[in-house]
Design a protein around this ligand. Structure first.
Ligand code: NAD
Ligand code: UFG
Length: 334
């Protein structure tokens, strides 16, 4: 049995690949290296002492994708990470985001529905926008998207839902990630953003190592206990495990499945609390200053995680402290 991991050399895909290989599962890592590099394969090999089959392929190329499935008729499941993920870039380049995130998904799903191969899809809590209720449960309605990126996740979810309805033997799980952070505890793989990171934790670790003079906290007078935004930060290893548990659930089920799960810790943490926790666990000082709020930011977002725990028995195990320690070790190591 083989599992195809699209975007398998990216941040989350590489961590999932190590867990699959450690379980003795054969993995095909498909990646066009647009936001990753083959060096990630070395990290995966060092951690697991095994290697995935690597295919440098673009999911927008429908013919090559078809050939890949014809060559590997024993693919029993697909975990689909390959997509663009920058909110800010998506506003400047909406068409590229629709082509890759929606077009790429359509190419893939056409094959999966025909071959009846189950799918796990990387969605995001961005689909909820600023939810009226906290913690956010899976039944909360979508808010209007604040970026083309967010819209591609809403559309992607709908494409998969409609496909599950139309093709009764096709199964899928949508995983709505909250804020993935951290790195593999060995510090051999981690997040490697191109250019200046927009996300809090990579910007923070790069600031502490000296790549940026100061971390700007976007907004200080939000309606939260310390005035900074609240998020649900989930260790990438916990997130990776949620994919393994979802895959087991999909593959072992006798019936077709269509499920949506939040993947978070259930705990809301403010920007300031995160900075203070980083300082406590690493002993490093974070140079920071307050500045204007970032447009489009939601104030508070954290997950209701009851459904995933009840249905598939997954829950987060790593602490915020471990996630920040691992993020720092990775920053120093690469
Ligand atoms: P990433 O950019 O590190 O990984 C994506 C990988 O896909 C990269 O290696 C890239 O080279 C590859 N890729 C992109 N387009 C491709 C294409 N057309 N063909 C083949 N390969 C392609 O991103 P990530 O952080 O690992 O995120 C993975 C998925 O999770 C994405 O779909 C993203 O939208 C979603 N997600 C991420 C976050 C987050 O904060 N990291 C949060 C919510 C959802
Ligand atoms: N922040 C700062 N300074 C920075 C970067 C971020 O103060 O330099 C703040 C933001 O204002 C926000 C919090 O830190 O309050 C978290 O910001 P991130 O950019 O790390 O994360 P977001 O919640 O804004 O969005 C991220 C991804 C989205 C994804 C979402 C949910 O960028 O693509 O998580 O998974 F949809």
């Amino acid at each position: 049995m083989k599992i195809l991991v699209t975007g398998g050399l990216g941040y989350i895909g590489s961590h999932v690949t190590t867990l699959l290989l450690n379980k003795g599962i054969s993995v095909i890592c498909l990646d066009n290296l647009e936001n990753s590099s083959e060096v990630v394969l070395d990290g995966i090999k060092t951690i697991t002492r095994r290697q995935p089959i690597f295919k440098n392929l673009d999911i927008r190329d429908k013919n090559l994708l078809r050939i890949l499935f014809d060559e590997h008729i024993d693919i029993k499941g697909v975990i689909h990470f390959a997509a663009y993920k920058s909110v800010e870039e998506s506003v400047r380049k909406p068409l590229q985001y629709y082509q890759n995130n929606v077009g790429g998904l359509l190419n893939l799903i056409e094959i999966l529905t025909k071959e009846e191969i189950p799918l796990i899809f990387s969605s995001s809590c961005t689909v909820y926008g600023q939810s009226k209720k906290l913690p956010i449960s899976e039944s909360e309605p979508f808010q209007p998207p604040t970026s083309p990126y967010g819209f591609t996740k809403q559309v992607g979810e709908k494409i998969i839902e409609h496909s599950c309805t139309a093709y009764p033997n096709f199964s899928a799980i949508l995983l709505r990630y909250f804020n993935p952070i951290g790195a593999h505890p060995t510090a051999k793989i981690g997040e490697n953003p191109q250019g200046i990171p927009q996300n809090l934790v990579p910007f923070l670790t790069q600031t502490v190592i000296g790549k940026h003079p100061v971390l700007k906290i976007f907004g200080s007078d939000y309606n939260t206990p310390d005035g900074t935004c609240i998020r649900d930060y989930i260790h990438v290893m916990d997130l990776a495990q949620a994919h393994i548990d979802s895959l087991n659930f999909l593959i072992s089920s006798k019936e077709s499945i269509f499920e949506t799960f939040n993947v978070g810790t259930g705990n809301g943490v403010s920007v300031l609390e995160l900075i203070k926790t980083f300082e406590k666990v690493t002993g490093e000082k974070v140079p920071y200053e307050y500045c204007e709020a970032r447009s489009g930011d939601t104030v508070s977002s954290f997950a209701d995680v009851e459904k995933i725990e009840k249905k598939i028995g997954w829950k987060a195990n790593y602490s915020l402290e471990e996630a920040l320690k691992n993020a720092w070790e990775w920053e120093k190591n690469h």
